[in-house]
Design a protein around this ligand. Structure first.
Ligand code: ARG
Length: 469
């Protein structure tokens, strides 16, 4: 628990709230209650928040120009110390906020003690995580975009590549590999939209809510919000300090992204098996087995599939942390950070590895083609053909069912049956049937918006490229 964080409780006592206490905090409770082990990554956001707060305090006359300047210079030095690993983190000071404030007072004396005027750690931490998450959402959107670009390139290359489209994991109809990739592109578009949407509600500033009821000082919250590029301020102080909806929304959007990546992973794992052999993942994204020399394991998609579990878990944690919490701030909320940080790190890593891996996917076009030929995947085309010749669809379905059964018995695909054989089932069948029974014919016939013909896939890619910024 104490790794990277020096427990210098001997040299620091917590003077921020120690006034009414006559007994020191139990040694283990100090460690148990501290969040500095993990919340120190909020330091740059905590400092940004403090800079804006100090600037506003000076503008409304609560700090002198000189005090504000000392605070800003001190905060700059602290950021520098943190960035260069020189900052001495103290567990006795509990969290990132009190570590920074205490160091500031050590550096600049009295002016440092004035920084917390009109502020509480409750609105401070609520502000910090919003600033942090806002930045992370922006980074994640960049990774989603990179993965989408990779999908577009692969889809373009494979627009005319045919593989069996499945329902119930049974070969159903021929589809374009590019079309299949574009399905994931669509999912990621919605994922990006969800993040952009949740960022809007995240971008509201709690600072000024103070502990829970606001403050007696004449603060200018709009000004602080402007300095921190928040779109608006939280309009109820009780809600401002205790709201974690934005975190739950983010975790929910993150879970959805992981769910999409896990579906993609599952397909890549199946397709790269010897039994499917539809694709090959490069050695650089796979590992071997220490006992079975023949093995090449798709570790990357397997790990992404596995990591989906922890992100779902983090969403459940956060929902449960918030469940039944009375207003306003409760220490329970300190537990919001690890699920959030872990989700951000996991999500960024998974998106990054996918964006790097997708361009390296090699398709086995022949295997996919032959596999599509095996599954009577053009049966629906034959039924549609008969409907065009005047048969009712249900009757056509029956005729084709019998043809398929004949094909299975004689080990022939529909396209391999002779005209005479096909006419055994319906004499309306003519020579032109072979155009629609071919895989290419079947694929190209689905030629409307959103369908799988290579023309439509190329059109979808062109449109997507235009819309993707
Ligand atoms: N470390 C605390 C957290 O993460 C900061 C807020 C503490 N507030 C308090 N009233 N003890 O939630």
């Amino acid at each position: 628990m104490t790794n990277n964080t020096q427990n210098s409780s001997q040299t620091h006592t917590n003077q921020s709230w120690g006034g009414r206490f006559s007994e020191p905090t139990d040694e283990f409770v100090k460690i148990f209650g501290a969040s500095v082990f993990f919340d120190k990554i909020l330091a740059p956001y905590d400092i940004a928040g403090s800079r804006a707060h100090a600037t506003m305090l000076q503008e409304v006359g609560l700090l002198t120009e000189d005090e504000k300047d000392q605070i800003l210079t001190g905060l700059d030095q602290i950021l520098e110390e943190i960035n260069t690993g020189k900052f001495e983190w103290s567990v006795a000071l509990e969290d990132v906020h009190m570590n920074i404030e205490s160091r500031l007072t050590q550096l600049i004396g009295n002016a440092g003690k004035k920084l917390h005027t009109g502020r509480s750690r409750n609105d401070q931490v609520a502000t910090d995580i919003r600033l942090y998450l806002r930045d992370q959402v922006d980074d994640i959107l960049v990774e989603i975009n990179r993965l989408q670009q990779a999908l577009l390139d692969l889809a373009e290359k494979e627009a005319s590549t045919i593989l069996p489209g499945f329902t119930h994991l049974q070969a159903a109809q021929p589809v374009s590999f590019g079309h299949h990739m574009m399905a994931y592109f669509e999912m990621l578009t919605r994922d990006g939209e969800r993040l952009v949407d949740c960022r809007k509600r995240m971008n509201s500033m709690p600072l000024g809510s103070a502990a829970l009821a606001g403050t007696t000082y004449p603060i200018n919250r709009e000004r602080t919000a402007e300095l921190l590029s928040f779109d608006r301020i939280c309009l109820n102080s009780l809600d401002g300090v205790s709201d974690r909806d934005f975190a739950i929304e983010f975790l929910s959007a993150a879970s959805m992204i992981m769910m999409h990546l896990s579906r993609f992973s599952e397909e890549l794992i199946l397709w790269s098996s010897a039994q499917f052999n539809f694709i090959e993942l490069p050695d650089s994204f796979c590992t071997g087995s220490s006992i079975m020399p023949q093995k090449k394991n798709p570790d990357v998609p397997e790990l992404v599939r596995g990591k989906t579990g922890r992100v779902y878990g983090n969403l459940t944690s956060m929902l449960t942390i918030m469940k039944s919490q009375p207003l306003a701030y409760n220490k329970d909320n300190q537990e919001d950070k690890e699920p959030l940080f872990d989700t951000v790190d996991t999500l960024k890593a998974c998106l990054r590895v996918f964006a790097d891996m997708v361009p390296t996917i090699e398709t086995r076009r022949d295997t996919m083609y032959n596999s599509t030929k095996k599954g009577y995947t053009t049966a629906t085309d034959l039924a549609d053909y008969l409907v065009n010749k005047g048969l009712a669809f249900r009757d056509a379905h029956e005729v084709v069912g019998k043809s398929v059964s004949y094909g299975i018995e004689h080990q022939k695909d529909l396209a391999e049956l002779s005209l005479e054989e096909l006419q055994l089932f319906d004499d309306r069948i003519e020579n032109d049937v072979f155009d629609i029974l071919s895989l290419e014919g079947s694929l190209c016939a689905r030629d409307h918006l959103g369908a799988t013909s290579p023309n439509q896939v190329k059109y979808a890619i062109k449109t997507a490229r235009k819309n993707l910024i």
